[in-house]
Design a protein around this ligand. Sequence first.
Ligand code: AMP
Length: 404
Amino acid sequence: MAKKSIRDISLSGKRCFVRVDFNVPLDEKDGQMVITDDTRIKETLPTLKFLIEAGARVILASHLGRPKGQRDPKQSLRPIAARLSEMIKRPVDFADDCIGDAAKAKAMALQDGGVLVLENVRFHAGEEKNDPELARQMADLAEIYVNDAFGSAHRAHSSTAGVAAYLPAVSGLLMEKELTYLHDELENPERPFVVILGGAKVNDKIEVINRLLEKADTIIIGGGMAYTFRKLVQGIAIGKSLYKPEWEPIAQAAIEKAKARGVKLLIPVDAMVTDAFDFDAKKLGNMKLAAEGQDIDPEWEGVDIGPASVKLFADEIAKAKTVIWNGPMGVFEIKEAAKGTFAIAEAIAANQRAKTIIGGGDSVKAVKKAGVADKVTFISTGGGASLELLEGKTLPGVAALNNK
Ligand code: AMP
C-alpha cells in the first residue's frame, strides 16, 4: 500500500502529532493507577526513536479505555507519560488536554527531539464521532500528522483519521510494518501460500476466507467454525459442536469457490470432544478423541482439533513459503483444549524458510503462550483492524494517509 511514512518526509524541527496506541491495561493500587502491561508502549518505541533522532518535536496522542467523552482521572494518560519517560530515559512533558491553549503552549515550547504526551483523546465526546472541529484543534498543535495506531485504524475517529484532513499525513513505523505484512506481502506472496483460519464463527471469518481464497494455495480451517465444514464435506455427525444452520450455505459457497479456483481446502479430520463445557469457569468435562471418520456422539462437543488434524496441517505448513494465521484451532483458553492451537503455533514457528505472519487477536496470544513469538516473522498488533485489512476493506485511518 503506497502510503507515505515518516521515512519519506523531512522531520527536523517539525511538530508532529503522533497518534499511538497507549491503551494499556491499568490496575488501581492504593488509589494510584498502575500499568500492568506496557507492551503497547514498547511497540511505539521504534517510531519514537526514529522521530527523536530525526530532530522532530513529538506530540503523542492516544485513547485509553472508554471514558465516553467525560474526564475520568482513572483513565488519564499521565502514568503512561511517566512510564514512557523511564523507558526512553528522557524527560516527557504532559498536557492536561489534547487541545486548547495550554496544550498549544506546551507543543510550541518543545525543542527538537522533545516529547509531549497529551491527555486521553476520548475525554472529548467528539473523538469517536470524528468531529471535524476537534480534529482541526488537534491539527492546530502540529505541522505533521503521524499515525502509528494500527489497532485503531479501522475506526474513523478525530485522532485516527479526521486530523489527517488538516496536515500532511504519514504512517509511523509500526503502521508501515502492519501494512507491509498484512497487505503488501499478501498481494504477491512467495508460494506455496498457506492461510490458517480458526475461531468460533463462520460468519465472522467468511469475508477473510473469501478474500484469501483469491490469493492462497491452501486454506486450513480449524476451530469452532470447522464443524460446519466437516458436516458438509465429511458427512459426519458433529454432536453439540459449534454450528448454525445459516452457516451451511456460507461454508458451502467457500467450498465451491475453493474447488473452482484450485485452492486446497484442508479441514480437520478428527477432534477432541468433551461432554461438558463451561467457558466462564474454564472447565471441561470428560475428554475423548473422535477419530478420523468417526461421528461425534450426540451429547459431546468438539473443543480442539485431534492429533491426525495436527499432523495434516503441520505437514502442509512445513511446505509453505508464506503463512498467515488468524484464529485458534480450539478453545485454547482452557488448557485441556489448547494442544491443537499450540501445536499449530509450533508448526508455524518451525518453518524458518517461510515468512510467517500472525494476524492478530487470539492467535497472537496463542503464539506468545506457546513461547514461539520470537520465531515468527511478524506478529500483528491489531485485532479488528487486522481482520478488516485481511478482508480487503479500506481502513479509514490508512485511507486518510498521503500516498507516496
Ligand atoms: P474468534 O474471535 O472468532 O477468532 O474466536 C476465538 C474464540 O473461538 C476463542 O475464544 C476460542 O475459545 C473459540 N473457539 C475455538 N474453537 C472452538 C470450538 N471448537 N468450540 C467453541 N469455541 C471455540
